[in-house]
Design a protein around this ligand. Structure first.
Ligand code: PLP
Length: 424
C-alpha cells in the first residue's frame, strides 16, 4: 500500500485522485455524512478516533439481529448453528485481512485496549521478574503504556520508552541500545495516532528478535491505513480495533502466533473458554476460545467482517492512494497558513495531520471548527508522554478517512483562517 513522505509535498503539485476511486459514491454509502451539524454540512475529520459506518456494516448488524441471531457455540438449533457460522466467517475474514497463517491465531476482544491488556497479563506478566524491562516508545497511546505499567508494577519490573526526535521519528540506534538482557517484551505502535507517522516496524521487530525478545504491535491506526501482513512483519502479537476500521465499536482483535497463544493461560474465566470443569480442576479450551470467555460481541464480529468486506471491495490500495492524496493536499494547505505549526511532517505517514495555532488553544480551535460543522479532535490524544516530549499540552488533529474530499480540506483551511481573524 502506498505510504507518504509528507516532506515531499510541494504545494500546487498535488496528485489527482485515481479515476477508479469515486469518493462521491463512497460517501453515499455512509448515511451519517449527509447530515448537518449546526446548520452546516458535516465535515468529519475525526476518523482516527472512531470512523463512521457504511450502510453495509449497519445492515450486516441489523440483519443478524433481525434474521440470524442466537447465542453461538452452544446450540444444536438452526439459529445457533447459523450465528456460529457467521461468527467463524468473521474470524476468517480477519485472518485473511492480516494474512495470519491460521484462524485460530485470531482472538476477538472488545478493542485494542483489551487485546493489549490480555497479552500484558497472560503472556508478559507471567514471565516478568523484578528488575526486568518492557520497552515501548515515546509515541505510544495510553492503551499501550498503562497495561504494561500495571504488570510491571506487580513484578517490580520497569517500563522504558525508546526516544523519538523532534519530528516524532524513532531513534533506531537508541531503540537498539535499550534492548538489554533484561528486556522481556517490546511493544510499540505501527502508526502514531497523533502524528500519523509509520514506525519501521519490521526493522524494530528484527532488532528485538535478534535478542530473543517478543514484540507486540499496536495496530489500532495501521490496520486502517496500511496493508498489514503479520507473517511478513513477523510480529508475535498484533492488535487492532473494529470501530476505527469502519466497523462497530465493542469489537477488537488480538493476533498472536499460534505457539505463543497455546502457551498462555486464560485471561478471564467463564463459559466457552473451558474444555472440562469440575470443582477440583478445570481444563481449558484451545486458542482462540481460551481467550474468549463468556458470550462475545457476536453481531460486532459479524459487523467487523462486513467492514473488512467493504474496505476490500473499495480496494485497499485505492483507499490508500485517495488518503495519500488528501494527506498531501491538507499538509500543503495548512503549512501555508501563518501562525500554525504542523507536527510530524517527516517520514512515512498515514493520513493524520496534527497542528497547533501559535496563540489559540486547541480547544478553542476545535470549538470554532465545530461551529462550521467540522469535527476534529483536540487535546493530548491519549498520548501525554508524547505531548511532554514536544513540550505542549495538546494539538488539533484532523484524521482523514476513505470518505473525505479535497473540498472538505478546503473548508477546514478556510475555517482555520477564520480562527485567525477571530483571535487576531
Ligand atoms: N492505540 C492507538 C494508536 C490508538 O489510536 C487507539 C485509539 O485511539 C488505541 C490504541 C486504543 O483503541 P481502543 O480505544 O479502541 O481500545
Amino acid at each position: 500500500m502506498t505510504q507518504v513522505a509528507a516532506e515531499s509535498v510541494v504545494p500546487g503539485t498535488e496528485r489527482t485522485n485515481p479515476p477508479a476511486y469515486d469518493v462521491d459514491k463512497v460517501r453515499a454509502d455512509f448515511p451519517i455524512l449527509s447530515r448537518e451539524v449546526h446548520g452546516k454540512p458535516l465535515v468529519f475529520l475525526d476518523s482516527g478516533a472512531s470512523a463512521q459506518k457504511p450502510r453495509a456494516v449497519i445492515k450486516a448488524i441489523s440483519d443478524v439481529y433481525e434474521n440470524e441471531y442466537a447465542n453461538i457455540h452452544r446450540g444444536v438449533h438452526y439459529l445457533s448453528v447459523r450465528a456460529t457460522e457467521l461468527y467463524d466467517e468473521a474470524r476468517e475474514k480477519v485472518r485473511a485481512y492480516l494474512n495470519a497463517a491460521k484462524a485460530s491465531e485470531i482472538v476477538f476482544t472488545r478493542n485494542t485496549t483489551e487485546a493489549i491488556n490480555l497479552v500484558a497479563s497472560s503472556f508478559t506478566g507471567q514471565r516478568l521478574k523484578e528488575g526486568d524491562e518492557i520497552l515501548l516508545t515515546e509515541l505510544e497511546h495510553h492503551a499501550n503504556i498503562v497495561p504494561w505499567q500495571l504488570v510491571a508494577e506487580r513484578a517490580g519490573a520497569v517500563v522504558k520508552p525508546a526516544p523519538v526526535d523532534g519530528d516524532g521519528i524513532i531513534d533506531l540506534a537508541a531503540f537498539e541500545k535499550l534492548l538489554t538482557p533484561r528486556t522481556r517484551m517490546v511493544a510499540f505502535t505501527h502508526t502514531s495516532n497523533v502524528l500519523g507517522i509509520i514506525t519501521p516496524a519490521k526493522e524494530m521487530i528484527k532488532l528485538a528478535h535478534d535478542k530473543g525478545i517478543p514484540v507486540l504491535i499496536d495496530g489500532a491506526q495501521s490496520a486502517v491505513h496500511l496493508n498489514v501482513d503479520v507473517q511478513d512483519l513477523d510480529c508475535d502479537f498484533f492488535t487492532f480495533t473494529g470501530h476505527k476500521l469502519y466497523g462497530p465499536s465493542g469489537i477488537g482483535v488480538l493476533y498472536g502466533k499460534a505457539e505463543l497463544l497455546e502457551s498462555m493461560p486464560p485471561y478471564q474465566g467463564g463459559g466457552d473458554m473451558i474444555e472440562y470443569v469440575t470443582f477440583e480442576k478445570t481444563t481449558f479450551a484451545k486458542p482462540p476460545e481460551r481467550f474468549e470467555a463468556g458470550t462475545p460481541h457476536i453481531a460486532g464480529a459479524i459487523g467487523l467482517g462486513a467492514a473488512i468486506d467493504y474496505v476490500n471491495g473499495l480496494g485497499r490500495d485505492a483507499v490508500a492512494a485517495h488518503e495519500h492524496d488528501l494527506l498531501q493536499y491538507a499538509t500543503a494547505q495548512i503549512s501555508e497558513l501563518p501562525g500554525i505549526k504542523l507536527f510530524g511532517t517527516k517520514g512515512e505517514k498515514a493520513s493524520i495531520v496534527s497542528f497547533l495555532h501559535d496563540d489559540v488553544h486547541p480547544h478553542d480551535v476545535g470549538t470554532i471548527l465545530d461551529q462550521a460543522g467540522i469535527a476534529v479532535r483536540v487535546g493530548h490524544h491519549c498520548a501525554q508522554p508524547l505531548m511532554d516530549r514536544f513540550g505542549i499540552t495538546g494539538t488539533v488533529r484532523a484524521s482523514i478517512g476513505l470518505y473525505n474530499t479535497r473540498d472538505e480540506i478546503d473548508k477546514l483551511v478556510e475555517s482555520l483562517d477564520h480562527v485567525k481573524e477571530i483571535f487576531g
